[in-house]
Write a protein that binds this ligand. Structure first.
Ligand SMILES: *Cc1c(COP(=O)(O)O)cnc(C)c1O
Length: 430
């Protein structure tokens, strides 16, 4: 059933059902998956698609592989023009087989904001705060939950520093699934409350995200939930991959020179590298790659330490602390993939302290009217730091990821008041 394309459906992301979107252009088959198999990111061993998988036997993340030759026959750039501006426009490059399994809250494309006052005419902020639940975690979790639905799973659990739990809860409830969420007990209050309000069971745990991860892992057997931890299931990375697809399209298929990515578990960085590889294989981009820069906080910088010491894996970071909760991840299961992605693209890893993060947040809001989250502010702080160090230049086009809406995070208090019963001295106001 092909529905006529109208102006409205291009403007309003969810004005038609996703099913309709899949059928909007008749060139593309209604059952569009090109997935061939899953592959262990360490041993390259193959795993069957269409089955429930966690980590590989080697304990490493599984990556989804596609028949890219067939895909490139079926999908052309011009097909995108007629599609809704959301992440499902890249559906052939995504794992969901049956469009009826798509769980959507309107995953809109996010703007790429030129921000020349932040350091040069080539700086762009990719503002991911516009996504459902206010963070880019929606990209990963809409894919994981859709795939869980496709595979018949109905009970999900996740360890989280906040935003992943919020996205998981929202999509799980949208799909009518049960959601169990475990956060460090100092997770931003807004996160814990939105998770609870979105119908999940949520606990504050007196430890870090790695301790929450242990609780989820050990509960798999007795409770029978499915563990949707970062990279422990194969599909969140496919959702995060759409950041790379979107960037490529927004830059008219010529990628920028450098990408600053706030790195916790690293799903987005790994996902974008995967996106660029796949786009090159289908002939949509050339071999030019952005240098990938992993940004961490100096209070929790395991990837920076590993990068600088030349190691392939990162050591557990003790006493992790930073205001940027989303990147307070002392150990990442995909550490070797993050390090590979950085090194293969000629990028690097860098850390900024909380003072620089707060200052960068204030500056971006003041100079450009863009309210960053602390993790997004960390990318701007890192950009400024590396302009100074000379590792990047203002000649290079740079993308800074604002990963969540700044509105979720505490802001400095406002103390100025006016008494409307008294005459106002306007000369004091300007
Ligand atoms: C999860 C998160 C990050 C880190 O993203 P990864 O892809 O897991 O490295 C950064 N910032 C915010 C706000 C987050 O929620």
């Amino acid at each position: 059933m092909a529905i006529p394309q109208c102006l409205i459906c291009r403007l309003a992301v969810i004005s038609h059902s996703v099913d309709d979107k899949y059928n909007m252009d008749p060139q593309v088959s209604p059952n569009p998956t090109f997935v061939t198999h899953l592959e262990c990111s360490k041993t390259k061993e193959h795993y069957e698609a269409g089955q429930i998988h966690g980590l590989s036997k080697a304990g490493a993340p599984l990556l989804v592989r596609y028949d890219l030759a067939a895909l490139s026959q079926s999908l052309q750039k011009k097909h995108l023009e007629a599609r809704s501006p959301d992440l499902w426009r890249y559906r052939e490059m995504l794992p969901v087989g049956n469009p009826e399994n798509i769980v959507s809250l309107g995953e809109t494309m996010t703007p790429l904001l030129p921000s020349s006052r932040l350091g040069g005419k080539n700086v762009f902020i990719k503002d991911e705060g516009r996504l459902p639940t206010g963070s880019f975690k929606a990209r990963g979790l809409c894919m994981a939950v859709s795939m869980a639905k496709e595979l018949g799973i109905s009970r999900l659990a996740i360890p989280t520093n906040g935003n992943a739990g919020a996205a998981m809860a929202a999509y799980a409830r949208r799909a009518g699934m049960e959601a169990f969420v475990f956060c460090p007990d100092d997770t931003p209050e807004t996160n814990m409350r939105e998770i609870a309000l979105q119908g999940a069971k949520v606990w504050g745990v007196n430890g870090l995200i790695t301790d929450c991860g242990k609780i989820v892992r050990n509960g798999t057997e007795p409770v029978g939930w499915f563990d949707v931890s970062t990279l422990k299931e194969p599909y969140r990375i496919e959702g995060k991959k759409t950041m790379g697809l979107e960037l490529a399209e927004q830059f008219n298929w010529q990628l920028p020179d450098v990408i600053f990515y706030p790195t916790g578990g690293g799903t987005g960085l790994i996902g974008m590298v995967k996106a660029f590889d796949e786009l090159e294989q289908i002939g949509w981009i050339d071999g030019h790659r952005p240098r990938m820069v992993a940004v961490q906080a100096s209070g929790c910088a395991p990837i920076v330490k590993a990068f600088e010491s030349g190691a392939d894996h990162a050591e557990f970071w003790k006493d992790a602390h930073t205001v940027a909760a989303g990147i307070r991840v002392p150990a990442a299961i995909g550490d070797f993939l993050i390090l590979q992605g950085i090194r293969e693209t000629g990028g690097f890893a860098t850390a900024v302290d909380d003072g620089a993060i707060d200052e960068a947040r204030r500056k971006a809001a003041e100079l450009e009217g863009i309210l960053l989250c602390p993790e997004g502010a960390a990318t701007y702080a890192a950009y400024l730091k590396e302009l100074k160090s000379g590792r990047v230049t203002t000649q290079e086009s740079a993308v800074l990821f604002n990963c969540a809406t700044g509105l979720k995070y505490p802001m400095p208090a406002v103390n100025d008041t006016l008494d409307h019963h008294k005459p106002v001295d306007y000369s004091l106001l300007v």
